[in-house]
Design a protein around this ligand. Structure first.
Ligand code: UT7
Length: 335
């Protein structure tokens, strides 16, 4: 808890991720889908995705990633001041999966809540965590991005089910007086485009019913083409605004970790931003779109491999349901 010392900065001191064991390659997809490895690779860059086992849930994926992040930070669950989980695919509508995770971790009485902003969830959740750190309210926060989309897509709809995978990523943010961590953030939302990514049934607008079931409205639907256009429009400006807010330009950024929705979106953004494609972290070919998990998953993988150095300056950028978007400049350690 807050010990009275006001600390301005928050350092990412731990990171972890988890992907289910089961790999489904494009060629493993059922023939009834009438899709092909060629179509999927050319249009999206995806070659395979991970699919959760029957006994796995959003909570168990989160638990695995969180334990790794806590171990890396050398933190016991009881030392946490707050847990924030970004997801749109929780175990249940209620109770919140954040409380399930809090209990599973053994983080007795630690406050926990969920942030629901689609694929942008991790950037929103991390920005929220930093406000608690900057204000001095809390000193040690676990932020999780997790998604189990394979249970929320229609496996008879080739325009959706080939795009997504299951994963979790987590970071521990700890208060410090040394300048580092999140240096700026940009968040946005355009609800006029809410219909572009929508689960029509099962909420207060259209409660669950036989009609919802028959209409397959309990699955997420997406207008891919419109979301693609939106994503290529917002990524560059969001990064430029976040850099400017930190008193920087894009030239000062070592790596951009974008939400992994489509390789072509990343390539288009790189061109529009005039930022080298080699400096974008890309792993969509192995995991597909893991929504709120994609940024912490890519971060963990690349910190672990040593490709991203603890001294690097990073840009996180994401977009998704809402439609929402967000970008953040993060320095892993004081410079
Ligand atoms: O993370 C949240 C944000 N989500 C995104 O950012 C997704 C953004 N959108 C996209 O990545 C792309 O729009 C998609 C990958 C979803 C689709 O690519 P596209 O190039 O926009 O294709 P399209 O939806 O315009 O469809 C082109 C054709 C259609 O056939 P017709 O009507 O031209 O005959 C589709 O029926 O491709 C067909 N198609 C497929 N064919 C084989 C759609 N899905 C498939 C498939 N396999 N899996």
């Amino acid at each position: 808890m807050n010990n009275g010392v006001h600390s301005t900065y928050g350092q990412i001191t731990g990171w972890g991720s988890y992907v289910p064991v089961k790999v489904v390659t494009n060629n493993d997809l059922p023939p009834e889908l009438e899709t092909s490895d060629e179509w999927i690779v050319q249009r999206t860059g995806i070659r395979e995705r991970r699919i959760a086992a029957a006994d796995e849930t959003t909570c168990t994926l989160s638990l695995n990633a969180s334990r790794e992040a806590l171990a890396k930070a050398g933190i016991q669950p009881s030392e946490l001041d707050l847990i924030i989980v970004a997801t749109s695919t929780p175990d249940h509508h209620t109770p919140p999966v954040s409380s399930l995770l809090q209990h599973a971790l053994g983080a007795t009485d630690v406050p926990a809540f969920v942030v629901v902003t689609g694929c942008t969830g991790f950037v929103y959740a991390l920005s929220t965590a930093y406000q608690f750190i900057h204000s001095g309210a809390y000193r040690t926060i676990l932020v999780v991005g997790v998604e189990l989309l394979s249970r929320f897509v229609d496996w008879t709809d080739r325009s959706m089910c080939v795009l997504f995978g299951d994963a979790a990523g987590a970071v521990v943010v700890q208060a410090t007086d040394r300048p580092c961590g999140m240096r700026s953030f940009v968040l946005g939302s355009d609800g006029s485009q809410g219909e572009q990514i929508i689960m029509r049934g099962g909420g207060s607008a259209r409660p669950f019913s036989q009609e919802v079931l028959d209409g397959r409205q309990h699955y997420v639907q997406m207008n891919g083409r419109e979301v693609f256009k939106f994503a290529t429009r917002v990524v560059g400006p969001a990064c430029e605004q976040a850099a400017a807010k930190a008193g920087l330009t894009l030239a000062d950024i070592d790596w951009i970790i974008p939400h992994q929705a489509n390789l072509r979106i990343i390539q288009t953004a790189a061109k529009l931003m005039d930022f080298p494609l080699e400096r974008f972290i890309v792993n969509i070919e192995r995991y597909a779109n893991t929504s709120a998990a994609s940024i912490p998953l890519a971060l963990t993988e690349n910190l672990t491999s040593g490709r991203i150095l603890p001294t690097d300056r990073l840009m996180f950028v994401s977009f998704g349901a809402g439609l929402t978007w967000g970008a953040a400049v993060v320095e892993m350690s004081p410079r």
